[in-house]
Design a protein around this ligand. Structure first.
Ligand code: 4AD
Ligand code: MG
Length: 464
């Protein structure tokens, strides 16, 4: 009978039938007159048996890992006592090699594993992604983006695609990638926020999934030079509404991933101890966080006027208590989330620590310290990763925004379109940005965000 062409994940319906499968040799075990294969086609893994005549050809005897093949045979339920992916195996009666691979002497087959030198893994990322772990992370990432889109859409947000090439900064000039744009200076976008704000009177609440770029010389587990930024903007909301919305989107996204068997299996494999966060998340004001850090003995490096760490006579960096106005650095943040071990919203950061567009916080209990001006801002911190979301209410008043540009030393001219937003029917609004790789690092328990994107970019690395 004519064989039915099928992807591996669709094979179930063709049990006991003759099927035709294409894929790559993932595992190979050769015995005298029988060859056991695991073949992979991206949708799944298939156990394959070559025995008798088909296992004695030159191609069979010289078969190597990663070769691409066409296989035709009968799909049989595995005998009792044996296991195989999908519960079936392909008994081949015709097959051919479509593309050979170098085999055992090759860098990929021989040298690559999770303990390999990170720079070799980075150079060979195009081969690393064929592996089970890397491909599972990328597959989960796809499910994650679908789940986010579904959650956001169910809250009536509309997806837009803002430009990557821009002439304004959002998160400070220091981290801009600059390039020549037909003789004019332009930048790679740091955030699509300003564009999302302009969409509110047009489309209502909006979101985007767009690459953001940061020229940060940070060689950390959670910084990329290019990352996928999920951003949303909502009109006619309060600061409370904003935090509730972020919480809802995250919990609904996680619920969806865990209720879909395909993504749930990936989470289970990559992060067996994962538990869905429960609402409401812990909320801690900025002054409350400073107090918490000091109560838990978590210190920060003392800095000189240039912001460099001060060393003591013993050559060690001097550590001091946190005080109001201090930034909460990555190390402190990480210790904090490790202790609390649950999602934590930090809110109400001082104006000086945050971007120019953030709305000032009206007087609020516990946040009335002399000389401090707080903002309606929030960062969501996750265990093992730290900050995964940054959000805020925005300055809605035109005069106040003009004053904020001035304070920050920003030329308002290129921002005319953003300012106009306040001139043509302003409204209270706010939004947030979520780092997709950081979220995935939390969800899939990855050591670094570099594992959570297809081809990671960091200082000095833009290949493959
Ligand atoms: O906190 P950030 O800088 O906030 C913004 O860009 C706002 N304009 C977003 C908004 O309100 N629409 O960045 C938001 C998130 C961070 O919480 C973090 O998860 C991620 O983006 N992020 C990075 N992820 C990987 N590598 C980097 N270098 C990142 N910088 C920020
Ligand atoms: Mg931030």
């Amino acid at each position: 009978p004519k064989a039915i062409k099928s992807k591996i994940d669709q094979l179930e319906q063709f049990r006991e039938k003759r099927v035709r499968v294409f894929g790559w040799i993932h595992r190979l075990r050769q015995q005298k007159d029988i060859i056991f294969l695991v073949v992979r086609d991206g949708t799944g893994y298939l156990q394959v048996v070559l025995s008798g005549k088909v296992s004695q050809t030159y191609a069979a005897l010289t078969l190597t890992l990663e070769s691409s093949v066409e296989l035709i045979g009968t799909l049989q339920t595995v005998p009792e006592g044996k296991t195989a992916p999908g519960g079936h195996e392909l008994i081949v009666d015709y097959w051919q090699v479509l593309g050979t691979a170098p085999g055992a002497d090759d860098a990929f087959s021989n040298r690559l594993n999770e303990k390999s030198d990170p720079s070799i893994l980075a150079d060979l990322r195009h081969l690393v992604i064929r592996g089970e772990t890397a491909s599972s992370v990328l597959r989960l990432r796809a499910h994650l983006l679908t789940a986010f889109r579904k959650a956001l859409t169910s809250h009536s947000l509309i997806e837009v695609t803002p430009p990557c090439m821009v002439q304004t900064q959002v998160e400070g000039g220091a981290t801009l990638f600059k390039f020549d744009y037909y003789g004019q200076p332009a930048f790679l976008t740091q955030s699509s926020q300003l564009y999302l704000e302009t969409c509110l009177p047009s489309l209502g609440d909006v979101f985007c999934v767009q690459e953001s770029f940061r020229a940060e010389n940070s060689h950390t587990r959670r910084h990329l030079s290019e990352y996928t930024h999920l951003e949303a903007e909502l009109a006619f909301i309060t600061f409370e509404d904003l935090m509730n919305h972020i919480e809802a989107i995250i919990c609904e996204t996680v619920d969806q991933l865990l209720s879909n068997p395909a993504s749930a299996a990936l989470v289970q494999t990559l992060n067996p101890s994962f538990v869905a966060p429960s609402r409401p998340f812990v909320r801690m004001s900025y002054p409350g966080a400073i107090q918490w850090l000091n109560e838990h003995g978590i210190k920060r490096p003392e800095e000189d006027a240039e912001g460099n760490p001060v060393k003591g006579e013993d050559g060690q960096i001097v550590m001091v208590e946190h005080k109001l106005g201090d930034d909460i650095a990555e190390a402190a943040e990480r210790q904090m989330t490790d202790i609390i071990n649950k999602p934590v919203f930090l809110f109400g950061f001082p104006k000086e620590l945050k971007a120019f567009y953030m709305k000032r916080m009206p007087p609020r209990e516990g946040m009335d310290q002399e000389g401090m001006v707080y903002t309606e801002s929030c960062d969501l911190l996750m265990p093992n990763v730290g900050e995964i979301v940054g959000g805020s209410m925005r300055i809605a008043d035109q005069e106040e925004l003009l004053a904020a540009y001035k304070h920050e030393g920003i030329d308002p001219e290129p921002y005319y379109w953003f300012t106009d937003q306040r001139k043509y029917g302003t409204c209270e609004h706010g939004g947030y940005g979520l780092g997709v790789e950081r979220f995935l690092a939390w969800l899939a328990n990855r050591f670094t965000v570099r594992e959570c994107t297809l081809y990671p970019r960091w200082p000095g690395r833009a290949t493959p």
